[in-house]
Design a protein around this ligand. Structure first.
Ligand SMILES: Cc1cc2nc3c(=O)[nH]c(=O)nc-3n(C[C@H](O)[C@H](O)[C@H](O)COP(=O)(O)O)c2cc1C
Length: 334
């Protein structure tokens, strides 16, 4: 009977964790035994830590509290879950543990009730966290999970990982400009819903606020809203409902300026909940294909200019994963 109940408990925990879409689907107990829904932390950047008070890593509290103080006002929270599963290094009641951490490390972030993070009594939150980060049991105290503002796991850190490394990742999430940069992806599937004119205007304004050599602004931008024209060409450019066409002097001298405005527009679009895909692939078809004649006529490209690239823009119908970036391309000369 006991075995049956255990199997049922594990199965329930697994179903709970598998069906959960985000961290906000879980609830935990605070250090007074009250149920807390993690949806209370919706929209915040979270660092979730399994802690212990008698561990060689316990002094990490000295790094965690300043981290909390530094970023808390920007929407950052540390959620502390004491766990006695590693070398029994978190003995005592949660009240004793909380007092220890307050007296010795003056912690101000929320410390929850003790939980198991591995095994048959593992808290469903931890089953989900481990699964989202690619699986594998928690190895020791002070393993950490960074959660983005969308409630998804960004990264898992092991006990030895330096807080400085983690801080760099936290900064990319809490800072709205940096997190917008990090969240942008090229989107290649769109909802069949044209973008509101006002949003396109905002995107264009962001574009023309890019720097340009001697502020010459040697660019010409055409934004296609006419759905009849779009119907002719959208198949060539990832089927977005709207298209931003960026033209620059044909001699290529101002391609850099025109490129800079493109990233401005894509980041502005991202911040407005829109997806984009910059493309040069379809330029030839757009310039020559008979189907694109109405499109070409509508552009009215200035004399001596060429169509340099297009940006497909619309409401995303996919959430692509980040493409890998090669950090070795950057060298610091000290
Ligand atoms: C100059 C340039 C031309 C591109 N042309 C195309 C294109 O023709 N079609 C396309 O689907 N993506 C195109 N892309 C998008 C890249 O494939 C994409 O930026 C890259 O794979 C990195 O992915 P990410 O934008 O999601 O970070 C282009 C990007 C740049 C900068």
């Amino acid at each position: 009977m006991k075995k049956l109940i255990t199997v049922w408990l594990i199965a329930t925990a697994c179903v709970l964790s598998v069906s959960a879409q985000s961290i906000y689907d879980f609830s935990v107990k605070d250090n007074l035994g009250r149920e807390v829904s993690l949806s209370d932390y919706r929209g915040k950047v979270l660092l979730i830590v399994n802690t212990a008070t008698r561990c060689g890593f316990t002094p990490q509290y000295k790094d965690l509290e300043p981290l909390y103080q530094k970023y808390h006002s920007q929407g950052f929270e540390i959620l502390d879950f004491p766990c006695n599963q590693f070398g029994q290094q978190a003995p005592g009641s949660i009240q004793e543990i909380h007092q220890f951490c307050t007296v010795n490390f003056d912690i101000h972030f929320p410390q929850f009730d003790k939980i198991d993070v591995n095994g048959e009594n593992a808290h469903p939150l931890y089953i989900w966290l481990k699964e989202q980060a690619g699986g594998g049991d928690i190895k020791w105290n002070f393993t950490k999970f960074l959660i983005g503002r969308d409630g998804k796991v960004i990264k898992r850190y092991e006990s030895r990982d330096q807080v400085a490394t983690i801080e760099a990742d936290i900064m990319m999430e809490v800072n709205p400009v940096l997190s917008n940069i990090m969240a942008r992806r090229s989107v290649r599937k769109y909802l069949d819903k044209p973008v509101e004119h006002e949003k396109l205007e905002t995107v264009a304004l962001a574009g023309i606020n890019a720097p340009s050599a001697m502020n010459r602004q040697n660019w010409a931008v055409r934004i296609i809203e006419d759905q009849k024209i779009m119907a002719d060409v959208k198949g060539m450019c990832r089927n977005a409902p709207n298209l931003i066409c960026v033209c620059a002097p044909a001699d290529g001298r101002f391609d850099l300026d025109a490129g800079l405005m493109g990233e401005n527009m894509m980041l502005a679009a991202q911040s407005l909940g829109l997806g984009t895909c910059i493309q040069t692939g379809p330029i030839r078809s757009l310039a020559t294909d008979g189907k694109a004649k109405a499109f070409r006529d509508s552009l009215d490209i200035p004399e001596g200019y060429k169509l340099l690239y297009v940006i497909a823009i619309g409401y995303p119908d996919e959430q692509p994963d980040a493409k890998p970036r090669d950090t070795s391309k950057v060298r610091y000369i000290k």
